[in-house]
Design a protein. Structure first.
Length: 82
């Protein structure tokens, strides 16, 4: 009877510690790509050294300014499609 109680306590402890380690690992990996916010303009070199440089973010397609958004020579606005 005593061995059964010890085995139950050991099993519950193993499950609690194992699930805690899984949760801890998941949280660390989920936060790995997150850079902490900073208000210091001189901190970028430090953050690049610690977290690695962030790749440049490409602009969305609508942000590129080309002749499609220029004024129509006939006075219409080509942005509205008419």
């Amino acid at each position: 009877m005593t061995w059964l109680t010890i085995a139950k306590v050991a099993l519950v402890g193993f499950l609690v510690i194992g699930s805690g380690l899984l949760l801890f690992t998941f949280v660390r990996k989920a936060r790995r790509g997150v850079r902490p916010p900073t208000s210091d303009p001189n901190a970028s070199s430090y953050l690049n050294a610690v977290f690695g440089g962030a790749p440049p973010t490409p602009l969305p397609q609508w942000a590129h300014h080309d002749e499609a958004f220029d004024e129509d020579p006939e006075g219409g606005d080509s942005r509205h499609g008419a």
